[in-house]
Design a protein around this ligand. Structure first.
Ligand code: AMP
Ligand code: GLY
Length: 440
């Protein structure tokens, strides 16, 4: 296969690293890629939403598999663009058509979809500028805190959790007036769910699916889950608290009805579905859907996959995913993100990174890096993810932290408590017994 991977983050470096190991991978291009993806393939300077430029490149290089990392091109309709173009429609695109990407692109679409198919999620009300008063009345009926979500994509910033009803009403009005631009012209007000979050990922060809390892992401900048929200400061997999019973419920109450719903609505969904879930007591609820893999969860999930990812993508293209097998390594993985000082606020770019090559035992996935005159420099808020496989989570975490401390750039910051809340000293055998990785 000749492959084009779209995106430039740690998720894409992990996907590129994995695909490059396949003997089915004859060429791999990453657009635009980063300082690390160039070790797995060839970086190409293409805008991921310039579909005509992508088409020209795909035809020129005879690409037959396009893997879409981020949500932007999916919500903008890249899979639709390929499916209606006679020169492109034979090419497999890993990523749903825009109608499917709406699961992520519109919170109100996702909530209404879940209600239509009886999928457990928090109670909610959708509000726009003409229904502000109903929104305020709904806030009055809720227990604190109040969750307000911008309907559209807001770069991970569109969710406010507010502990005061009057303040929540004020923020609701401000959101509708454009606090997050067009994305908050509609707002979803949601019941707050108290529990532990975890992420479940599936790869689907629209009919059947394969379950990837579960992971937990650490979104806040500060240790002990404090401070501002970020794109994600680390992730671990597997999760001791996700039992076989819980996974059974996730499959039956969440994954199966989601796929059935997509089919009923005639939505051709080929790609990843990311279920952001909350375990409330022993019951799973959907907090959000994403139409792609998570970042940095991918960096903790992909290293655990034994199977050939390109083979799996090929099976998706043929609609034969039910015949494929997704095998998981009997190891744990911890991914620790190294961020620029000041992130998620203001931070400096262009700082020299040292010690990021050839690290024994750890995988160094780049996020915001670029190469200049053969040297590596910071180019974003999240700079590098260090992922390490271990016999258990404790070992994986310890080794990732050790490697993280050896990589150096001015202002480097990383959380030292990634995975501490969920890891135990129990053996991996025990974790494997608890984690369900096979599709029923
Ligand atoms: P979202 O963009 O929908 O994933 O929301 C961002 C974060 O806000 C989630 O990862 C949760 O930590 C939190 N969150 C969102 N919705 C709820 C809810 N209904 N109850 C509790 N926490 C929530
Ligand atoms: N780690 C959260 C996300 O990818 O949306």
């Amino acid at each position: 296969m000749k492959i084009l991977l779209l995106g430039s983050g740690g998720r894409e470096h992990a996907l590129a690293w994995k695909m490059a190991q396949s003997n089915k991978c004859k060429a791999l291009y990453i657009a635009p890629g980063n300082g690390g993806t160039r070790n797995a393939g060839t970086n190409v300077n293409l805008d991921t939403t310039d579909f005509n430029a992508i088409k020209a490149f795909v035809l020129d290089k005879d690409i037959n598999l396009v893997v879409v990392g981020p949500e932007g091109p999916l919500v903008a309709g890249i899979a639709n663009f390929f499916s209606v173009d006679k020169e492109l429609k034979h090419i497999t695109v890993i990523g749903p058509v825009k109608e499917g990407a709406e699961l992520e692109g519109s919170k109100s679409f996702a909530k209404a979809f879940m209600v239509r198919y009886g999928i457990p999620t928090a109670a909610y009300l959708e509000v726009n500028e003409t229904s502000l008063e109903q929104g305020k009345a709904f806030i009055d009926e809720q227990k604190l805190p109040i969750v307000l979500k911008a309907d559209g994509l807001a770069a991970g910033k569109g969710v406010l959790i507010i502990n005061d009803k009057e303040e929540a009403k004020k923020s609701l009005a401000e959101m509708l007036e454009g606090m997050f631009g067009e994305a908050s012209k509609k707002v979803v007000i949601e019941q707050f769910l108290q529990g532990i979050e975890f992420s479940v990922f599936v790869l689907t060809d629209g009919k059947s699916y394969q379950l990837l390892p579960v992971a937990k992401d650490y979104k806040r900048i500060g240790e002990g889950d404090t401070g501002l929200n970020t794109g994600g400061m680390g992730a671990v997999s597997p999760l001791p608290f996700v039992s076989k019973d819980l996974m059974k419920k996730v499959k039956k109450e969440i994954i199966a009805p989601t796929l059935e719903g997509l089919q009923k609505e005639g939505i051709d969904y080929k790609g990843f579905i990311y279920f952001g879930l909350m375990k409330v007591g022993d019951e799973p609820f959907v907090i959000e859907y994403n139409c792609r893999m998570g970042d940095p969860e991918t960096q903790a999930v992909i290293p655990r996959i034994k199977s050939d990812l390109v083979e799996l993508f090929k099976a998706v293209g043929k609609g034969e995913l039910d015949k494929a097998e997704l095998k998981i390594k009997k190891k744990a993985c911890a991914a620790v993100v190294l961020a620029s000082g000041g992130y998620p606020g203001e931070y400096e770019k262009g700082l020299l990174i040292q010690g990021a090559d050839d690290i024994d035992g750890s995988l160094v996935f780049h996020s915001g890096t670029h190469i200049k005159h053969g040297e590596l420099y910071t180019a974003g808020g999240r700079v590098i993810t260090v992922s390490t496989l271990g016999e258990n989570l404790q070992d994986a975490i310890k080794n990732s932290l050790e490697t993280a401390s050896r990589i150096d750039f001015e202002g480097k910051y990383f959380r030292k408590d990634i995975g501490q809340d969920v890891s135990t000293k129990k053996t991996l055998k025990h974790l494997q017994d608890k984690e369900s990785v096979k599709v029923d």
